[in-house]
Design a protein around this ligand. Structure first.
Ligand SMILES: [Ca+2]
Ligand SMILES: [Ca+2]
Ligand SMILES: [Ca+2]
Length: 237
């Protein structure tokens, strides 16, 4: 995980650059499809049984060490079952990117019904991803969409802006606020040479993640010593 000094320029311009607004894919835009009530628990296939996603960010994929993967087990009336299990990586059809050494797909996981179609979606941190906009180890967030046949297809949500940011490298959490629209809080613990930064992206009805309502902060805002703090390494929401 290389690091590079690159102080954040604060303000909306930076927010817009980082969020990379993801418009709702047409296939996921129908709010009236699927189960009537969106669930906060991880029911990716909407059958009423809770499912489980487990990250293995240090896992080898296609010979690429630490490319990372996420294993998904679906729930049944008798609990979780390995029948029908699925493993996702950046080599999985429909998932943006390619599994490369050190990507660390699955470095953080959370669930929310981002497109509000009634099926829980899986948000995946790829903390070691090298992105076109941010460079080496800038990190990114991706979402794998829930549906009646389980998780399939995925979209890119946001990318780190600077090398070493590690956006999505560690814990993040979602919650539906009072308007029922899920928000995502994600850490970039490598930001500013290990000082760390936290982003909170707010979804809207028009976009999965909107820059409107985005909150971002680091040690300067908190008035703390940011030296090697790695802010954003853990969350409670
Ligand atoms: Ca289920
Ligand atoms: Ca990759
Ligand atoms: Ca959904």
């Amino acid at each position: 995980m290389s690091r590079r000094r690159g102080a954040w320029r604060t303000g909306l311009v930076v927010v817009l650059a980082v969020t990379g607004v993801a418009a709702l894919p047409a296939a996921h835009a129908a709010a009236d499809a699927g189960p009537a009530t969106a669930k906060l628990r991880a029911d990716f296939n909407g059958d009423g049984y809770a499912d489980l996603a487990v990250g293995a960010p240090s896992g080898t994929v296609g010979g690429r060490t630490e490319a990372g993967y996420v294993a998904v087990l679906y729930g049944t009336a008798h609990g979780l079952s390995t029948t029908g299990r699925k493993v996702f990586s950046q080599n999985t059809a429909g998932v943006p990117g390619t599994a490369e050494k050190g990507d660390r797909f699955g470095s953080a996981l959370t669930t929310a019904d981002l497109d509000r179609d009634g099926y829980t979606d899986l948000i995946v941190g790829v903390g070691g991803e090298d992105t076109a906009s941010g460079g080496t180890d800038s990190g990114c967030l991706e979402v794998v969409w829930g549906g009646p046949r389980g998780l399939s297809g995925a979209s890119s949500l946001a990318t780190g802006r600077s090398a070493g940011d590690g956006l999505g490298a560690q814990g993040h959490l979602t919650a539906a606020d009072t308007d029922g629209i899920a928000d995502i809080a994600v850490g970039a613990p490598g930001e500013n040479s290990g000082s760390g930064f936290v982003w909170s992206f707010r979804s809207s009805t028009a976009t999965v993640v909107s820059p409107n309502g985005t909150t971002a902060f680091g040690s300067a805002v908190l008035g703390t010593d940011g030296t090697d703090a790695r802010l954003g390494s853990g969350f409670a929401y």
